[in-house]
Design a protein around this ligand. Structure first.
Ligand SMILES: C[S@@+](CC[C@H](N)C(=O)[O-])C[C@H]1O[C@@H](n2cnc3c(N)ncnc32)[C@H](O)[C@@H]1O
Length: 290
């Protein structure tokens, strides 16, 4: 991403995450901060959608249903991994490339007694902190500014240990919306570093694009790829799903789950929204340290 600027894509996805409100009672994830981070367009849609009749019309617009549905299912699957880790007794969470992920605030009750570390590009993190200040939210987070392509990720476990992470205890790393923007070297370094963030029971949850989508984008995907490239955050990396288990195992991780988002949307969302989530080439994977 461009060096001095806060991430545009982080703002975009946060806006759509917040607009889950357009689903009313059918929403499967709630982010009251998202629209604020999305900017004017997201706040305007959220305001308009506060009226039930307008909301019902907005959510039926194909592009709105598609983005809201995609972010709902993505957010929910990551949220479920956080819940599952906490239920198993985990108390250390690292959010890599946190952007405007407000899980620390959204799950403040369940996270009581846990440590949350957010690691992100300095410019994005600065904007996040400023906006949270403006809205009067102060989640219990340890913020760590880091440029993934500049500062070696191998230094991350040591840096977080100095801030209080116990690398002998289980750690959940949430790596949402990041892998597609990194170089193969940064991917490898991150996967190695996250393994060193905790002891037995350590988990990694991340989403990814299939390599087919990157290499042979079809239809609207071509437009999406061009749009993110234009804002300085081109898609660069993906995996072939069948190759992922062996790829992870070679790096000391066992794949425990891998779902495509179109299938998950059909299982979780109202049919008219799920039908718009054309995301079988976008996956969420969960791995456990071997
Ligand atoms: C699409 S956003 C995802 C944000 C958040 N995880 C979410 O899902 O809402 C990508 C995030 O990766 C971060 N990022 C991208 N390239 C980075 C780099 N080279 N160093 C540090 N962070 C980077 C951006 O700052 C941004 O927060």
């Amino acid at each position: 991403m461009r060096d001095q600027q806060a991430s545009f894509t982080a703002s975009w996805v946060a806006g759509w995450r917040g607009l889950g409100s357009l689903l009313g009672d059918a929403r499967i994830a709630d982010d009251p901060y998202g629209a604020r981070f999305g900017g004017r367009w997201a706040r305007a849609l959220a305001r308009a959608g506060a009226q039930p009749a307008v909301r019902a019309g907005l959510i039926r617009l194909p592009q709105v249903a598609s983005w809201v549905g995609y972010m709902q299912v993505r957010t929910r699957l990551f949220d479920d991994q956080l819940r599952s880790f906490l239920a198993a007794g985990g108390r250390q969470i690292v959010i890599l490339g946190a952007g405007y992920d407000c899980r620390a605030a959204r799950f403040a009750d369940r996270l009581a007694g846990a440590r949350v570390f957010e690691v992100d590009h300095p410019a994005t993190q600065a904007r996040k902190r400023a906006v949270l200040d403006e809205v009067g939210a102060s989640p219990a987070v340890t913020y760590v500014a880091w440029h993934f392509e500049r500062r070696p990720l191998a230094e991350l476990p040591g840096a977080l240990a100095e801030l209080g992470l116990d690398v002998r205890r289980p750690t959940l790393t949430i790596w949402e919306g990041v892998t597609m923007y990194l170089s193969p070297e940064a991917i490898d370094a991150t996967v190695a570093a996250t393994r060193a963030l905790g002891g037995p029971g350590t988990r990694l949850v991340f989403n990814y694009l299939t390599r087919d989508m990157l290499e042979r984008p079809r239809g609207l995907r071509r437009l999406a790829a061009a749009a993110v490239a234009r804002v300085g955050e081109p898609f660069t990396f993906g995996w072939h799903p069948p190759a992922l288990p062996a790829w992870l195992e070679a790096r000391g991780w066992k794949l425990t789950g891998d779902r495509d988002l179109a299938e998950a949307a059909l299982a979780l969302l109202p049919r008219f929204v799920a039908a718009r989530v054309d995301a079988s080439d976008r996956h969420i994977a969960v791995a456990e340290k071997i």
